[in-house]
Design a protein around this ligand. Structure first.
Ligand SMILES: [Zn+2]
Length: 229
C-alpha cells in the first residue's frame, strides 16, 4: 500500500466509523459487545490490517494471460518456451515490488523470501507455477502465484510482521512433470534431465535457458523439514 492508498483506506475507515455511530444509536438495545465496533482504535486497526487488492490481482491475471495467449482465449506457455521465459521476466519485478528478496535456484525455480521476526522459525511456503500445459487455461497455477504475491504485498504494505519467514515459490516446469519441485524434493536424477520436454528441448537445455545450472541440480534440494508448512 503506498501512501495514497493508505490515506484512502484510512479515509474510508473513518467514513465507516462516522456511519457506524448512527447505526449503533438506532439499535433498540445497544449491547456492550457492539460498542467496540465503533471504537476509533479498532477502526484504525482495521485500516492498518493487511488488505488484498482484488482489482490488481485480477489485472495481473489478465496481463499474465497475454504471455502465450491463444486466439481461443486459452494460453500456451509450456516451460522453456519463449512465452515462459517472457512471463518469468515479467514476474520477477512483481516479487521484488512486494518486498521479497528473489533468488533463482540452480533448477530455475524462483524463490522469493520475506524474513520473519523470529530467526529460529522455518519458512512458510506459498505459491505455484506459471508454466501451462499446451492449450492451457489462464488460472491454473497463476492464481496460486499471483495470490501469493498479493499476500506478500499486503503484509509489506501493512507492515505486518510474521514470526515465520514467508517464501513465495514459483516452481519451474510444473506442468511438464513437476520438474522443479521434484528437484527440490530430491526426486530427480541427473539422467532424468535428458528427457525431451514439451517445448522440444531436453530439461537440461531448458534449465540452462531459464538461467539455471543443470549440472548442479543436487544443490537445489531442500532438506526434509526445511520448511514449516
Ligand atoms: Zn497446475
Amino acid at each position: 500500500m503506498d501512501r495514497r492508498q493508505f490515506a484512502a483506506t484510512l479515509a474510508s475507515a473513518t467514513a465507516g466509523l462516522a456511519l457506524a455511530r448512527p447505526l449503533a444509536a438506532q439499535a433498540s438495545m445497544p449491547s456492550f459487545a457492539a460498542m467496540p465496533r465503533t471504537s476509533p482504535l479498532l477502526a484504525l486497526r482495521r485500516a492498518l490490517a493487511p488488505t488484498i487488492d482484488a482489482g490488481r490481482l485480477n489485472a495481473r491475471l489478465a496481463e499474465l494471460a497475454t504471455f502465450g495467449a491463444r486466439t481461443d482465449g486459452g494460453v500456451d506457455r509450456v516451460a522453456y518456451s519463449p512465452a515462459d521465459l517472457a512471463a518469468r521476466a515479467w514476474i520477477e519485478p512483481l516479487l521484488r515490488d512486494a518486498g521479497l528478496t528473489v533468488r533463482r535456484d540452480v533448477a530455475g525455480n524462483l524463490i522469493a523470501r520475506r524474513e520473519g521476526s523470529d530467526p529460529t522459525r522455518r519458512p512458510i511456503v506459498i505459491g505455484s507455477h506459471i508454466d501451462t500445459v499446451p492449450a492451457g487455461g489462464r488460472y491454473d497455477g497463476t492464481v496460486g502465484v499471483l495470490a501469493a504475491i498479493e499476500v506478500a504485498d499486503a503484509l509489506r504494505a501493512s507492515r505486518t510482521a510474521l514470526r515465520h519467514p514467508l517464501e513465495v515459490a514459483i516452481w519451474m516446469n510444473e506442468e511438464g512433470g513437476l520438474v522443479g519441485s521434484r528437484i527440490v524434493a530430491g526426486e530427480l536424477q541427473d539422467g532424468d534431465l535428458d528427457a525431451v520436454a514439451v517445448a522440444g528441448v531436453t530439461h537440461r537445455e531448458g534449465i540452462t535457458r531459464i538461467g539455471g545450472d543443470p549440472s548442479r541440480i543436487h544443490e537445489a534440494r531442500w532438506e526434509p523439514g526445511r520448511i514449516a508448512a
